[in-house]
Structure formats: structure tokens, C-alpha cells
Design a protein around this ligand. Structure first.
Ligand SMILES: Cc1cc2nc3c(=O)[nH]c(=O)nc-3n(C[C@H](O)[C@H](O)[C@H](O)COP(=O)(O)OP(=O)(O)OC[C@H]3O[C@@H](n4cnc5c(N)ncnc54)[C@H](O)[C@@H]3O)c2cc1C
Length: 453
């Protein structure tokens, strides 16, 4: 792209897994498109995650259909760098038109004509359609509990890299989803004294009766669920592929030396206060865990599968003291806590998207990614079409639906009535009209297709 105005049929913003999947499906449909990525391909897997992170799902599962991790055991958990490399390889495989190092700063509807004006760090581009593939995990979210001026190191899990990055002393990890649990475990194993604040969570077994939980969620139809169980839409999932992949067991973490506490509530005069909900949060996690074992057992019986019994999986460890006599407050200085890691999730940032595609609460308004503003699409959001939507394998299927929708729209727009068809045939008319009609390039703008990153 040059500083002069250019145009493209479909612009995809972001080249994480969502943008790469989108590009593959648009290519298959023959839709001229361009992907703009402000960093590198799969940037968040490279620089937005801690050093030791491995994928939560095994190599056979956490991938797109068209390429395997052929250097890995299918049951292994790829490192975050390997995952990022995978998406680079994938994009290279079909020569995805990705331009890296270009940030999209604003998207607005073109006045009085179809399409959008897109302001980027490398000039202005016009697009008939924009697919927002900027991810569900964009802006780290830290609840306003501890003032930034408090004499503590406070970072979000997105900025955590390794134990050596933190000052000497104990650490409070707030949030016990996949990130918080793995970070707390790593810190404790590195010799730190660790407190882990545990809220409501789901806790699937890593594997049961010789099948990974990803397999169970697949065959039991859980990944395909279209609506979250009411009240559990935002419940975090505690699962880990670390050290070969083991079930997250909070009681085992406590036996290992981590002090579990309930939900972090408030901070006053150096003292952190916790809700008295630790035991009930663990109990709900146990219910979720046992429900999956029950569903798996029933599936095995009804399908006559020959998978080994695993009675040990139902044994629940006794509650450790931090659960039976939970800490409701902690004087951080007395406890030697010098750092807090907020593993408290993310929010989205659409401030650059000046279009009519949002509900009054600021959330994208869409049906399976097709937004209320014609020509604007969202991809990669949790529950976009189903539970799997924000995960590697799920986003690929959602991208296919959006590409189909775009192809259908292009077909309508390429329609020519009799008089247009007649003038298309006129010797004075240049080209066959289909490209400009379907692609809808703004007159006078320069076409830009098939640019490789
Ligand atoms: C810690 C963690 C671990 C995870 N582990 C797994 C796992 O093991 N398996 C799994 O299936 N899922 C996992 N996920 C969930 C999900 O797969 C990842 O978050 C994944 O990165 C989402 O991909 P995405 O393409 O939707 O978004 P992202 O990877 O966030 O990609 C969006 C891209 O858009 C770019 N971008 C943003 N704004 C702009 C702009 N204005 N202009 C240009 N470019 C822009 C960003 O630089 C980024 O590269 C994990 C999530 C987290 C947070």
C-alpha cells in the first residue's frame, strides 16, 4: 500500500488466527481482499503471552483443518512460539495477502456511496467490506481495587513473562482461569510464596478414560453449543497444557504450597479483603468436573466404546486448611507480598470503528459475525456462533460462514439490469464491469489485490 488512496473489496483487520482463517476462506471464494496487521502475524501469541505458555489444546486439536503440526506428537501441547509459527506457515501456504506493520486507526462509512474509508498508519484505503478480526482479548482488564500508587508491583497476566521479572517476595495472583492458575503454579515452583484468588470457574478434566477433554467437548457437542448456560456466560475455564497437560486441581495446588483465597473484594490500608466464597467456588468447579465425567461415561456406554475405566478420576482430595479456614483478609506487607498479578481477563477496544454495529452497551451487534451495519463483520469473539468461536479450531468455521455471506452479497451487487448489460457490451465501455461491480471499487481509486505480506 502506498500513501495514495487505494481500494479493495474486503479489508480484514488483524492477522491473528481469525484474520488468517478469514483470508483463506475469502481466497477460496475468489474475493479480492487485504489483511492489515499492526504487528506480525499471530503477534499476540508471540508478544502477548508469558514465556512458558503452551497451547491449552493438543496439537491434533488446536489447529486448522488444512495443516498439521507435523513436527510434533499429535498429543503434545505446542509452545506459544510454535503456535505463532504455525499461523505464519499457514498464511504462507496459500499466499495470504497480509500486510504487516500497518495499523488501522479508523473505519468510517464512506459519505453518500457504498463502502468504508479506512485510515491506516500507511495511508487511506477504501473497502466495500471490513472484517474486524482484532481478537476478543485486546485490552487487559484490571478491576479498580488497588490504587496504581500503592507500593506494589502490579501487572496484568498479559504483561507477565516469567518469575524473574518480579521483585523478590510473595505474589498474589488474582483470577484462577487458565492464565492465573498456570502463572501461580509457575511462580510457586520457582520458590515464591503464592496466594491465588479463586472465583467461579469451570474445571474440565485434562483427560478422562484415555481421551483429552477437547475430544470429550467435541463428541458431547459442547464446543458446538450455541448459547452459554444462563448465568455462566463469563465463567472462566481452568485448564492447562503445562508440563504435558494435567487436570487443574485446586486442592493439589494448595497441597503443593499455594494459599488459596476467595474472590478479591477490596483493598484498604494495606489489607486485601476476600469474599468468603472459596469453598463454594471450588464446589461448583467440582460439579462441573464431575458432570463431564458422568457425560463421558454415559457416552461410552451408549456408543459401546472400549475405553479403560478410570475410577481414580472421581477421587476428590480432602479440603486443605486454606479452604476449611479461609483467609478473609491479608495484610500484604506482613505477608511479604510485593507483587500482584491480575489474571482478570480482557476487554475489547472498538474506539477506531465509527460504524453502526454496536448495541447501546457498546458490544458488537451481530448474527454469527454479520453485523447490523451492512458490510461490517466480526470474527473471533466468544460465542460468535458457538462455544468454540474464540478458539483456534472454532474461528476457522466461523470465517467460512462470513466468507459465504460476503460471496453472496457480491453476487447480488454484480447483478446488471438489461440496460446495464447492454451498455457493458458497448464498444466504448472498458472492461466487463463485473470486477468493478462485484468488487465495487470506488471510481478513481487504485485497485489493490493479492499483496503478500
Ligand atoms: C493466555 C491465552 C492463552 C490462550 N490459549 C489458547 C489455546 O491454547 N487454544 C486456543 O484455541 N485458544 C487459546 N486462546 C484463545 C484465542 O485462541 C487466542 O486469544 C487467539 O490469540 C485469538 O486469536 P484472534 O485472531 O481472534 O485474535 P488475536 O490473536 O488477538 O489477533 C488479533 C490481531 O489483530 C491485530 N490488531 C488489533 N488491532 C489492530 C488494528 N487496529 N490494526 C491492525 N491490526 C490490529 C493484533 O496485533 C493481533 O495480531 C488463548 C487466549 C489467551 C489470552
Amino acid at each position: 500500500m502506498t500513501a495514495e488512496n487505494t481500494s479493495i473489496d474486503t479489508l480484514v483487520v488483524g492477522a491473528g488466527q481469525a484474520g488468517v482463517a478469514m483470508s483463506e476462506h475469502l481466497s477460496r471464494q475468489g474475493v479480492p481482499h487485504l489483511v492489515l496487521e499492526r504487528g506480525r502475524i499471530a503477534e499476540r501469541w508471540r508478544s502477548g503471552r508469558w514465556d512458558s505458555l503452551v497451547a491449552n489444546g493438543p496439537a491434533w486439536h488446536d489447529r486448522f483443518p488444512g495443516l498439521e503440526f507435523d513436527d510434533l506428537d499429535p498429543d503434545a501441547f505446542p509452545s506459544k512460539e510454535r503456535v505463532a509459527d504455525y499461523f505464519v506457515d499457514y498464511a504462507t501456504k496459500f499466499n495470504a495477502p497480509i500486510r504487516t506493520g500497518v495499523e488501522v486507526r479508523q473505519v468510517m462509512r464512506a459519505p453518500g456511496r457504498p463502502g468504508f474509508i479506512v485510515d491506516t498508519s500507511d495511508g487511506v484505503i477504501e473497502a466495500n467490506r471490513v472484517v474486524v478480526a482484532t481478537g476478543a482479548f485486546q485490552r487487559p482488564l484490571i478491576p479498580p481495587i488497588v490504587s496504581k500508587d500503592a507500593p506494589l508491583t502490579q501487572i496484568h497476566s498479559a504483561d507477565y513473562r516469567n518469575p524473574g521479572q518480579l521483585p523478590e517476595g510473595a505474589v498474589l495472583v488474582v483470577g484462577a482461569g487458565s492464565s492465573g492458575v498456570q502463572i501461580a503454579d509457575e511462580l510457586q515452583r520457582s520458590g515464591r510464596n503464592v496466594y491465588l484468588s479463586v472465583g467461579p470457574h469451570d474445571r474440565p478434566p485434562r483427560a478422562y478414560r484415555n481421551r483429552d477433554y477437547c475430544w470429550w467437548l467435541g463428541v458431547l457437542g459442547e464446543w458446538d453449543k450455541e448459547v452459554a448456560t444462563p448465568g455462566r456466560e463469563h465463567v472462566t475455564i481452568a485448564v492447562s497444557g503445562a508440563r504435558g497437560g494435567q487436570t487443574v486441581d485446586f486442592r493439589a495446588l494448595a497441597n503443593q504450597g499455594i494459599t488459596l483465597v476467595g474472590l478479591t473484594k477490596s483493598f484498604e490500608r494495606g489489607v486485601m479483603h476476600f469474599e468468603a466464597d472459596l469453598a463454594s467456588n471450588l464446589a461448583r468447579g467440582d460439579d462441573n468436573y464431575l458432570a463431564l465425567l458422568d457425560a463421558a461415561d454415559a457416552y461410552i456406554v451408549s456408543n459401546g466404546l472400549d475405553l479403560p475405566e478410570e475410577p481414580g478420576a472421581r477421587k476428590v482430595l480432602p479440603d486443605p486448611e486454606c479452604v476449611t479456614r479461609p483467609l478473609l483478609e491479608l495484610d500484604l506487607r506482613e505477608a511479604g507480598v510485593t507483587s500482584i498479578i491480575w489474571a482478570t481477563g480482557y476487554t475489547a477496544d472498538y474506539s477506531w470503528l465509527k460504524v453502526n454495529a454496536f448495541a447501546p452497551n457498546g458490544k458488537p451487534q451481530h448474527q454469527r459475525g454479520v453485523s447490523t451495519e451492512p458490510g461490517i463483520y466480526f470474527l473471533g469473539l466468544p460465542w460468535l456462533s458457538r462455544r468454540g468461536s474464540s478458539f483456534i479450531w472454532g474461528v476457522w468455521h466461523d470465517a467460512r460462514h462470513i466468507a459465504d455471506h460476503i460471496a453472496i452479497q457480491r453476487k447480488y451487487l454484480s447483478y446488471r439490469d438489461a440496460s446495464q448489460r447492454h451498455s457493458d457490451k458497448s464498444p466504448t465501455t472498458e472492461g466487463d464491469g463485473a470486477g468493478a461491480g462485484a468488487g465495487g471499487a470506488h471510481p478513481g481509486a487504485k485497485h489493490l489485490v493479492g499483496v503478500t505480506g
